[in-house]
Write a protein that binds this ligand. Structure first.
Ligand code: GCU
Length: 429
C-alpha cells in the first residue's frame, strides 16, 4: 500500500471518528452557561422598545437570519397553482362531518407536482369554521380509519414489520395507523375543521428525497442545491406546502381561513413553527415535542444537539446550518426568536416528560424568552417563571404544557390545543 494512500486512509478514519457527536447530556446541572441573543437588539445596535420597530425593522432581520442560517429561503407560490376537489363525502364520521379530498396542482399541471389535501369539516355549522392544519407522517389514510380516504401512493419509509409499508408503498393495513395522533372526532365535535397532507407529497424524508420532491422540481436545472448556503432544506419545503394548503383553505367557503392553526409533531413540529413564522396568515401556531431545530433552545447542551441533527438529517436544514455543529453559540439566533416571530399571534408549545431527547425545559424556555417581544404588543406570555410541573398547562398568548408520557401526540395534548384555540380563535361577538 502506498504511503500517501495510508495517510489518506488514516486521516479519513480520524475524520469520521471526530465527526461522531459527543455523548448525549441528560443532566440539567451539566447544561452549562450560555447567553441567548437578544431578540430586541437590532444588528445596528438599536434597541427595540415598540411594536412598530419590531414589525418594520427587527422582525424582518430575525426572519432573514432563520432563512439564511437555519431553514433556508422559502420559495414563493408558483404561478398557475390550481385546486381540484377530487372527492366529497357529506356524511363522513357517521354524518358528523363532510370529508373532502383536494388535489393542489402546484404548477397548475395535473401531471406536475401535487399535494393531496384531506379535509374534514363539521356538518351543520352556521358560519365558516376555524381549522387545524398540519402535515402527517404516514399518509392521509393513516389519520383516520375512514375507508373512503384514498390510500397514499407516494414513497414512504418501509416499516420493519413489513405490514404497513412494503417496498416503500403504504398498504391497506396502515389505514388509521396514525389516528391517535389526530383525534379527528374530538376536533370535529369541538367545531373545528381538520386539514392535513402527507409530508412526503412535497419531499420524501430521506437524504436523497429532494430528487423526487419539490426542491428538484423547482430548481431550474434540477441541480442539487440543497447543500448550498441558504438554499432551503426539507423542513422549509414541508412548511411551504402548509402555506399552499392554506391557499386552498382560503378558497373553501366552509372554512374561516383567517382562523387557521398550524400544527405539527416532532420534525413536523419544527415544520409548523417555521410555517407559522414564515407565513403570517396562520392565526395560531402549535408545536408538539419539536425538540432540537424546533422549539428547544439550541444553546442548551441537553438531549439532541445540532451536531446530531446535521449528522442524521442533513437534508432538513439549509447548508449554512452545518456551520453550527458543535458551535451553537455562534448561531445569530436561538429558538426563542423563532417563537417570537409568531408575535402577536398565539403560540402553543407542548412537551412530554419522557421525551428528554427533545429537551422539555429547553422547549419551555423558548416560549419564556419570547415574552419580551409579546410584551411590545401588550400580550401576556407563559405567566410562570420556571418550567411548570407535568400536566399543568400554563400561559396566555404563549401556551405551554409538559404532559406525562413519551414522545407522541395524545388526546390530552389535543384537548389542551383545542382549549387554547377556543380562547384565541373564538369569533369576536
Ligand atoms: C428524531 C430526531 C428529532 C425529530 C424526531 C421526529 O428523533 O432526532 O429531531 O424531532 O426524530 O421527527 O420524530
Amino acid at each position: 500500500m502506498k504511503l500517501s494512500y495510508c495517510i489518506a486512509l488514516i486521516l479519513a478514519t480520524a475524520n469520521v471518528l471526530c465527526a461522531q457527536p459527543k455523548p448525549t447530556n441528560y443532566d440539567e446541572a451539566k447544561v452549562g452557561n450560555y447567553t441567548l441573543p437578544n431578540p430586541l437588539l437590532c444588528s445596528d445596535g438599536t434597541h427595540v422598545t415598540d411594536k412598530k420597530t419590531w414589525i418594520e425593522k427587527r422582525r424582518p432581520e430575525v426572519l432573514r437570519l432563520f432563512e439564511t442560517q437555519v431553514y433556508g429561503r422559502q420559495a414563493s407560490k408558483l404561478a398557475g397553482q390550481k385546486f381540484e376537489v377530487i372527492a366529497t363525502d357529506a356524511k363522513a364520521l357517521g354524518g358528523k362531518a363532510t370529508r373532502r379530498e383536494i388535489a393542489i396542482y402546484l404548477t397548475g399541471k395535473k401531471d406536475g407536482p401535487r399535494i393531496d389535501l384531506l379535509l374534514f369539516v363539521p356538518n351543520g355549522a352556521k358560519q365558516p369554521v376555524p381549522a387545524f392544519l398540519g402535515c402527517n407522517f404516514n399518509g392521509n389514510h393513516a389519520v383516520h380509519g375512514d375507508k373512503g380516504i384514498s390510500l397514499s401512493t407516494r414513497w414512504m419509509r418501509s416499516t420493519a414489520d413489513k405490514i404497513n409499508v412494503v417496498n416503500n408503498r403504504a398498504t391497506e393495513a396502515s389505514r388509521g395507523s396514525e389516528a391517535s395522533r389526530w383525534q379527528v372526532e374530538e376536533v370535529i365535535a369541538r367545531g373545528y375543521a381538520l386539514a392535513t397532507y402527507y409530508y412526503g407529497d412535497v419531499e420524501p424524508d430521506h437524504v436523497e428525497g429532494w430528487k423526487d420532491g419539490l426542491r428538484a422540481a423547482l430548481s431550474k436545472d434540477g441541480a442539487n442545491t440543497h447543500w448550498k448556503g441558504d438554499e432551503w432544506g426539507a423542513i422549509g419545503a414541508w412548511a411551504w406546502g402548509l402555506s399552499r394548503a392554506l391557499d386552498y383553505l382560503e378558497s373553501d367557503k366552509a372554512v374561516d381561513a383567517k382562523r387557521v392553526a398550524v400544527i405539527g409533531h416532532s420534525r413536523l413540529g419544527k415544520t409548523s413553527l417555521w410555517a407559522g413564522a414564515s407565513d403570517e396568515r396562520f392565526a395560531l401556531i402549535i408545536s408538539n415535542n419539536s425538540g432540537e431545530g424546533g422549539a428547544s433552545i439550541s444553546r442548551r447542551d441537553y438531549g439532541e444537539t445540532i451536531a446530531v441533527l446535521n449528522k442524521n438529517f442533513p437534508h432538513w436544514f439549509c447548508g449554512n446550518y452545518k456551520q453550527y455543529t458543535d458551535n451553537a453559540a455562534a448561531l445569530p439566533v436561538d429558538m426563542h426568536m423563532l417563537v417570537a416571530l409568531g408575535a402577536p399571534r398565539p403560540v402553543y408549545i407542548a412537551s412530554a416528560e419522557d421525551d428528554k431527547w427533545a429537551d422539555p425545559n429547553g422547549e419551555f424556555l423558548a416560549a419564556k424568552h419570547a415574552e419580551p417581544v409579546y410584551s411590545l404588543f401588550g400580550k401576556k406570555g407563559t405567566g410562570v417563571a420556571a418550567h411548570p410541573r407535568v400536566n399543568q398547562p400554563v400561559g396566555d398568548t404563549l401556551g405551554y404544557h409538559v404532559r406525562t408520557g413519551k414522545h407522541d401526540v395524545t388526546l390530552y395534548d389535543w384537548q389542551r390545543f383545542l382549549d387554547f384555540a377556543d380562547r384565541h380563535l373564538a369569533r369576536k361577538k
